[in-house]
Design a protein around this ligand. Sequence first.
Ligand code: SAM
Length: 344
Amino acid sequence: MPEVIVLRIGHRPFRDKRITTHVALVARAFGASGIIIDSSDLPLENTIRRTTGKFGGNFTVRSGENWKKTYREFPGVKIHLTMYGEPIESVTEKIRDEFRSRNLMILVGASKVPPEAYEMSDYNVSVTNQPHSEVAALAIALDRIFDGSEFQRKTVTGLNVIPNPRGKTVDYIPGEDEIMRIFSEAGADEKLIAHCAAVSALAVAIARKCGASEAIVRAGALLHDIGRTKTNGIDHGIAGASILREYKISETIVQIVKRHTGAGITDEEAIALGLPDHDLMPRTLEEKIVAHADNLFSLSERITVKDVISNYREKGLNDAADRIAALHEELSGIAGEDIDSINP
Ligand code: SAM
């Protein structure tokens, strides 16, 4: 899908820090993919990166670029927001049509905007002919271009704030940097990390075929064996869940980690094994994918479902072997192909 990049020109770091930060935050929150700022402002770049790191998404920020060169050479549609332009309501349809196949660059000024900006633009667009603010103009322009669809976007990784009439609930899905930090704090060794990375790559490939959430599967699969830093027993999924709860990680991920062993552990088996938690059968599609991707690895070596099943049968674990065969069938049905033939 084409993208929108915001180009901020005339930024004076000593004077415009706050308003340019707001331009960037609005760009990110209302669906743009990144911002380019003409004057170099590393503290501002860091502020925006911290927000993206915390709240998720792939919003990019660059500063210190020659805006004339960037704008001139931009291969998509160039839109300059200015009170002296054509009314937005008269050009929205044309811009939306172009946006089906081309990227957009939206230029907003800080101090006086030079005549070249008008000349180089495909559209000079006004949001009313009254002087007001680049923050307001950008918000309205993005909303008109995306037609409200920007509100449906989910960043998935990061801190998802879930609206709630009495305050806020947060659901935290860690990105890869945060997962590496958790591994290192838990004392995971390289072998364990390599296994988790291999399982995650396969799990994401299966998720893609099955239409499951890739971000949730990636995080769940990367963390599935974090509990092995405490125990290699059958309870390592439960141990992993309690580590992740200390980090306030989303319960969606915690349950993936807790229920990933084999094709799950039934209540009766959990009681017979003396496990403290009996709710260990994978239920969601993402839980099933991570559990099964893990089945298909011996450390970091890929094995077939036939090998997995015979390993279980050799140990006399016939019920568990049957469940793995059934899970393989179920996921192959959803993916539309044999899971053994899916590779990252
Ligand atoms: N005085 C500057 C000039 O002569 O271009 C404009 C300063 S204004 C505070 C900063 C930016 O807000 C402008 O460059 C423009 O992008 C945006 N802006 C202000 N009013 C606008 C309007 N009515 N429609 C669209 N953009 C507007």
